[in-house]
Design a protein around this ligand. Structure first.
Ligand code: ATP
Ligand code: MN
Length: 462
């Protein structure tokens, strides 16, 4: 018999007919005669109830049907007498695909802490919480592609292995086939990368932007969506060593167009989650964050506040608030500052623009004041920075000046610099951290809980 997914079975009305359901046992309760097994197959947060007449199957056969076991059940679809569900299955045949010994199965009991579940990342997808989160990751990924496709953007694939430090964005993981125990040396005693796989030093990308700009300079509107790596040794609830980034890059956009796109994009994604992940969001709201749905609706329905970094710093200095890190014009804002502006002062998302050039990347368009660049950071409640972007410097000489001023090595990015020599154009773009978005739409507070296999300092076991 063909398998019916539980999400579909729960909608069925053809009572009396036979169906096949496959899934993992979540709970088992009942008495000596009849057992109620809640089965889940990942197609929905909801379980389907299997009613088992124990005498019919025999106690010995029934015994291993415990939490975590995997079953295939043929049975009759009946209208449920129990509360909270419309449909249940009266079991006729049960095949046990796999047992899960109650003495050793880690998810035998409910109510484990998120910290404990991180230590069993191989099994946590089987919990309600992580099922909900991973389903939502899928829906949000799809929504990202849909948004861009519907708006005329092309998905442009940028490399994971690069030779450039994209923007000095963070420390990099090196990619090499040289033996670390026996490194070839040059006459000067340095590592001889000419003997390495690519004949030069390479690393995992910290951003697809520089290559993305090449795409925008030909295709007009592009976006990237791929893994990104930063070896920053920062053990925070908002940083991963491996995360996914979405980076649209748009020819002929200025910073205003860039902000409009970022705001529209984020609102679209949040509305998409509300419309398409209703049950999962409701579950997460109930379990972890009862303000989640209000917060999502609030962001969708209100304009983001736009102001300059200089105005933001003024507000922070006059706030009378005691911050762990002091704030002054020229310093990089910490997440406590960003969250003060968003959560306390404006009580809505904020886009800060025109940061001091010293704290931003070399490629950002320089303002006429000689001090600031056309950067924009989108700051969200509970998250802080969710998007970082800018209008790009399109003037070759000005860009080269910044390369020199910041002491960068121009050689590995010669190809990037050539975009400003051949048919340069005003353009802009931004980067959205996918897991920061996932934090926001799920209401989770630790970034390790919104990616299946988090990579953080000292943690890459699975
Ligand atoms: P932060 O100041 O929060 O460390 P950043 O300014 O270094 O971030 P950008 O280089 O602007 O980050 O990257 C663009 C976006 O990528 C950020 O706005 C954020 O959403 C996301 N991001 C950056 N670093 C990380 C990380 N280590 N883990 C997860 N997401 C990240
Ligand atoms: Mn940033």
């Amino acid at each position: 018999m063909k398998r019916t997914k539980i999400a579909e079975a729960l909608q069925l009305k053809n009572f009396g007919e036979e169906v096949n359901i496959k899934g993992w046992v979540r709970t088992r309760r009942g008495n000596k005669n009849v057992s109620f097994v809640a089965l889940n197959d990942g197609s929905t947060i909801n379980n389907i109830q299997i009613v088992i007449d124990i005498a019919k199957f025999g106690e010995e056969y029934f015994k291993p049907i415990t939490t975590g076991a995997c079953l295939s059940v043929n049975g009759t679809l009946v209208e449920s007498q129990g509360q909270g569900q419309s449909v249940e299955i009266q079991a006729k045949e049960i095949e046990i695909y796999g047992t899960a010994d109650p003495a050793t199965y880690p998810l035998q009991k409910k109510g484990h802490s998120l910290e404990f579940l991180r230590e069993i990342a191989h099994l946590r997808p089987r919990t309600n919480t992580f099922g909900a989160i991973y389903r939502m990751r899928h829906h949000m990924s799809y929504a990202i592609h849909k948004y861009f496709n519907d708006n005329g953007f092309y998905y442009f694939h940028t490399p994971i292995i690069t030779a450039s430090d994209a923007e000095g964005a963070g420390s990099m993981f090196e990619v090499s086939t040289l033996s670390m125990n026996d490194l070839p040396r040059t006459k000067e005693g340095k590592v001889d990368f000419s003997q390495d796989f690519f004949g030069r030093q390479t690393n995992l990308t910290v951003s697809g932007q520089l290559e993305g700009e090449l795409g925008a300079m030909a295709l007009g509107l592009i976006y990237t969506f791929g893994p990104t790596f930063r070896a920053e040794n920062s053990n925070t609830p908002r940083h991963l060593a491996e995360f996914w980034m979405i980076e649209p890059e748009m020819a002929f956009y200025d910073i205003k167009d860039n902000m409009d796109l970022a705001e529209d994009f984020l609102k679209y994604l949040i509305q998409y989650a509300l419309d398409n992940c209703k049950e999962d969001i409701e579950f997460l709201a109930k379990m972890y964050d009862n303000e989640l749905i209000d917060r999502l609706n609030f962001v969708v329905n209100n304009n983001f506040v736009r102001l300059t970094y200089t105005e933001g710093v003024k507000i922070l200095k006059e706030s009378g608030q005691k911050f762990e890190f002091p704030v002054d014009w020229g310093t990089d804002l910490q997440s406590e500052h960003e969250r003060y502006l968003v959560e306390k002062h404006f009580k809505r998302p904020v886009i800060l623009t025109d940061y001091p050039k010293e704290i931003k990347s070399f490629y950002m368009k320089q303002n006429d004041d000689g001090k600031t660049v056309r950067a924009m950071d989108v700051l969200f409640p509970k998250i802080g920075e969710i998007i970082g972007g800018s209008e790009r410097e399109s003037d070759y000489d000005k860009l080269m000046n910044r390369v020199k001023e910041t002491g960068m090595n121009a050689e590995p990015i010669w190809w990037y610099l050539e975009t400003r020599k051949f048919g340069t154009a005003p353009h802009a773009g931004f980067g959205l951290g996918f897991e920061r978005l996932m934090l926001f739409v799920t209401g989770m507070t630790n970034i390790r809980d919104v990616i299946p296999f988090p990579r953080t300092p000292n943690n890459a076991d699975f």
